[in-house]
Design a protein around this ligand. Sequence first.
Ligand SMILES: Nc1ncnc2c1ncn2[C@@H]1O[C@H](COP(=O)(O)OP(=O)(O)OP(=O)(O)O)[C@@H](O)[C@H]1O
Length: 211
Amino acid sequence: MQINLSNLGKRYNYEWIFRNLTYTFESGTSYAILGHNGSGKSTLLTIIAGHNLHSEGDITYTLGSKTVASDEAYRHLSLTAPYLELVEEFTLLEMLDFHTRFKQLRHNLTNLELIERMGLQRSKNKFVKDFSSGMKQRLKLGLALYSDTQLLLLDEPTTNLDQEGVAWYQEHVELNKQGRLVIVGSNIHHEYAFCEQQLRISDYHVAPRVR
Ligand SMILES: Nc1ncnc2c1ncn2[C@@H]1O[C@H](COP(=O)(O)OP(=O)(O)OP(=O)(O)O)[C@@H](O)[C@H]1O
């Protein structure tokens, strides 16, 4: 998937978060969106995911030679982020059964094979609400990385992961990035070290007007 941002801007109430953002994300490339806390990384990722509205400018999605309508883009993307909730009332197996009704898995994986890849086989009948925060994060990442989507959006992907979890993330992102467009929102080097391109959101901040 290719994404073109043209003079994109977002404001909440009277505060502009970024403006005049013109940028192209190309398929088969990994991008890091960098910036300090509160700089607008999550805002941009959620706009690209269609979970949030931009205030000005345009965003276009292209798959092969076809334009994808912005209200259809969700079919082609996976998003993982700390603010997204899992369905806590499901067991892990039920969660995967539910998820794969909407999004198929890559590599023809079965649900049980994905559970093994996530290293969660001992918890397949455990309720998601009883998972540790690191287990929940592994589950969110597993669902995103292994869904058969062209666009992978990873916001703060190693939140709550220990060293082993970070190594798991790095291994599985490497296994699943080929041929996809990957965009990581982060300010932690080990989360985005694999990205070939970097976009600094602060380059698109608006200087406050002097009265
Ligand atoms: N729903 C909202 N209403 C008003 N302001 C918001 C809203 N969501 C975010 N903001 C503001 O937008 C700015 C950018 O927030 P955002 O979460 O995108 O930053 P971030 O770079 O992802 O930060 P962090 O690294 O802390 O996750 C912040 O000033 C934040 O307070």
